[in-house]
Design a protein around this ligand. Structure first.
Ligand code: GRF
Length: 203
């Protein structure tokens, strides 16, 4: 069975969805850069080890990432799962976990990288929005796409109403993508795409 470590910064609803999906993985730890992240207590209630590496205790990104790496690697994960982890990671960190670091982003990448994705989508007037699970590469919110789910934009949507519907899809596709990884069904092609073996329909 593969071992995963989940990184969060706050609420941790994606982490919760992953835990509750009862995937065929060993969730070795949940690590947060914020001691007050509410997701930590949920993980603890499920008997999962938690750690805090507070970025404010480090002078440089490199020093923070080095400590984070050391904390993660103590659990020997096959996959590191970013679930609302709100720190930009250094190239050294990302390269260390090449092919075993995934993220969920609340837009249909490559559209709307960065923050405030639902505002960006409404401003652009797109009719379809959604979320993306992708392998992490040094360029923020890029990288080989594992799974996406669409959400129709309604005329009266606000960023909050849109976020709510996108989050439902996040909670569905993130556990699914991790299951594919756990079942060795993901292959990264040399040109940076992800093939999923025997893909089932997500929608
Ligand atoms: C999610 O929308 C995720 O896509 C984004 O940050 C949010 C985290 O939510 N990166 P949660 O902490 O998983 O509830």
């Amino acid at each position: 069975m593969k071992t995963i470590v989940i990184l969060i910064s706050g609420r941790g609803s994606n982490m919760q969805a992953i835990i509750e999906a009862n995937l065929p993985v060993d969730i070795a730890a949940v690590i947060s850069n914020q001691a007050e992240a509410s997701g930590l207590s949920f993980a603890q209630s499920k008997g999962i080890a938690t750690r805090v590496v507070d970025h404010r205790n480090f002078d440089t990104r490199e020093a923070f990432d080095a400590k984070l790496m050391q904390t993660i690697d103590a659990f020997k994960p096959d996959l590191v799962v970013l679930a609302g982890f709100m720190r930009i990671l250094t190239e050294g960190f990302v390269n260390h976990y090449q092919g075993r670091l995934i993220n969920i982003h609340p837009s249909l990448l490559p559209a709307f990288p960065g923050l405030a994705t639902h505002e960006q989508a409404l401003k652009a007037g797109v009719k379809v929005h959604g979320c993306t699970v992708h392998f992490v590469t040094p360029k923020v919110d890029h990288g080989p796409i594992v799974a996406q789910a669409e959400v129709a934009v309604e005329a009266n949507d606000t960023p909050a109403t849109l976020a709510e519907r996108v989050l439902i899809e996040e909670h569905r596709i993130y556990p699914q993508a991790i299951r594919w990884f756990a079942e060795d069904r993901l292959t990264l092609t040399p040109d940076g795409r992800v093939n999923v073996k025997d893909v089932e329909t997500l929608n």
